[in-house]
Structure formats: C-alpha cells, structure tokens
Design a protein around this ligand. Structure first.
Ligand code: GUN
Length: 289
C-alpha cells in the first residue's frame, strides 16, 4: 500500500504571511513611516550568518529597514549590552534581535534581559515568556508561532488532540507546548531523560520534534496518520541539511509532515516579521488606518 501524505510547505505558507505583512507595511510607508529591525550577530558562526542574512532578506521583502550590527567574537558582554542600551533608546529602532548562540564568554540571559521588552521581537525576555505562559501576549515566540500558523493554514485542529513535543528548550519546546495547550491540545512534553519515549510519541496525533539530533524520530515512533512537525536543523553524515525526523521512513506513515529545509524554518522568519510590525504598532499607539 502506498500511503499518501501531504507536505506542509513552509515556503508557501510563509510567503502568504509575508505578503500580508507587506501590504500592511505599504500603508505605513505611504504615510512616510518606517519600521526598523536591528539585528546583532556576534562572532562568525556560519549557521547564524545564514539565519541573519535570511532575516535581513525578509525585512527587505516586507518593506522594513534592517540594521545589522556584526560584532567580532572578541566583543565583551559590556560592549554588547551597551549597544543594546543604545538601540533601546533609539526611537527609530522598533525591534532588536541578538542572534543566538553568543560566544561562551557572554551570558545570553544578560543579553536577553538587556533588550527593552517592547522591542523584544524574539519574545525571549522574562516578561514576554511570562505573557506566553498566561496566554496574553504581544509577541509570539517565532518558531512555535510558525508551527501554529502552518497547522492553521492546513486546517489541522489541535483541539483535544494528543500532542507530543520532543525537546524542552526555552526557544522552542517550552513555548511550543504552551501554544498547543492554548489551542486545547493535550500536551506531553518529552526530552532526553524521558523513559519509553517511543510509547509516548506513538500516541501523538501531532508530534513536534525539536531535539536537535539528526533523524532522531524514526518510523517506529510515529502513529499511523500522525501530523509530524520537524523543527530540527542538522547536518547528516554526508554534511547534508536534515531535520530531527528521518523523513524517508516516517513520511509514509503521516497524514502531514514538514520537510527540512522548507518547513518550519521560513515560518520562523515570517513570524519575526509579524512581531516587528507589532512592535512598531505598540510603540506608536495602534494600527494603520
Ligand atoms: N538562534 C536560533 N534560533 C533563534 C531565534 O529564533 N532567534 C535568535 N535571536 N537566535 C536564534
């Protein structure tokens, strides 16, 4: 039997999100208003460089101004925080993002804490994380919000479904569980110390893999007809980009599955654009009209 699965196309869905934002931004631009995202990158991690370039490209597409601050690896925490404070104080800067990871001698928590919560378009600050927990938020956590947007686009209801999240990072796993919970999913959070993981994942109607291990999720861990979302971004043994899901064996068991690349990745960036627009609107007292 050849099972049919549908690919969840992150390029297509993110394009529709960015087009909507572009239309909204055009209204502001006609009024001579400019929306600006400041992107900080410290050191020369090649993956971070690719992400930052993609974020800048997305800014250009939707009509934002982007400011890049590419700082050397040797930058001190004090210097980085001084830059963030300067950007916090600039009225012409609406969003601030420091690409993670930062070099080891810098405490990422201190960096995140330095960003003005009204400009924290990653939604990483304690206040914004707290708001996500309560379900009353200004900024959406970009990657989990991108996953929710894709589910919505493909009309996949979360209500009452068994949702299993693998991975408990502050950036993806934890906020992902919260967003699924807010949509009335029954959420199980799993991680590297979880016992009998496959027994839990086999029960998932919606399985989100955010572990950071190449091809970690295999066919034996997946229920027939499941929706599988792959947040991973890894290199396989041949250096080829791959996700946390062993796509070739898992796909045929799925009703829907995201590819890597071209799945969740582009969605994350689209949601960052949405947050930047929101930041502008919060700082300028409302929406265009
Ligand atoms: N590193 C990996 N993902 C992200 C992200 O969404 N935002 C930032 N700032 N850094 C990251």
């Amino acid at each position: 039997m050849i099972a049919m699965y549908q690919l969840m196309d992150g390029k297509l869905v993110s394009q529709s999100v960015k087009d909507r934002i572009r239309d909204e931004v055009a209204v502001y631009r006609e009024q001579g208003k400019e929306i600006t995202l400041a992107v900080i990158i410290v050191g020369d991690d090649p993956a971070s460089r690719v992400y930052v370039n993609n974020k800048k490209k997305a800014c250009e597409y939707v009509g934002f101004r982007s400011l890049e601050y590419a700082l050397p690896e040797s930058t001190t925490q004090e210097e980085l925080i001084a830059l963030i404070h300067e950007l916090n104080g600039r009225e012409d800067v609406n969003g601030i993002l420091c690409q993670l990871p930062v070099p080891k001698h810098i405490d990422d928590k201190a960096v995140i804490a330095a960003i003005d919560v009204k400009k924290d378009v990653d939604a990483f600050s304690e206040i914004n994380v707290g708001k996500i927990m309560i379900g009353d938020y200004d900024f959406l956590p970009c990657t989990p919000a991108g996953v929710m947007e894709m589910l919505k686009y493909y009309q996949i209801s979360v209500e009452g479904k068994n949702c299993v999240v693998i991975g408990r990072s502050n950036i993806v796993g934890k906020p992902m569980a919260m967003l699924l919970l807010h949509e009335n999913g029954t959420v199980v959070m799993t991680h590297s110390r979880t016992q009998k993981l496959a027994e839990l994942t086999k029960n998932a109607d919606i399985l989100v893999a955010a572990v950071g291990k190449a091809k970690f999720v295999t066919a034996g861990m997946v229920k027939d007809g499941a929706v599988v979302i792959d947040v991973g971004m890894n290199r396989d043994e041949n250096g080829k980009l791959c996700g946390d899901v062993d796509f070739n064996s898992v796909a045929e068991k799925c009703s829907y599955i995201t590819p890597v690349p071209g799945g969740v990745g582009p969605m994350t960036i689209a949601m960052l654009m949405q947050n930047t627009l929101k930041a502008y609107e919060i700082q300028n007292g409302g929406t265009a009209e």
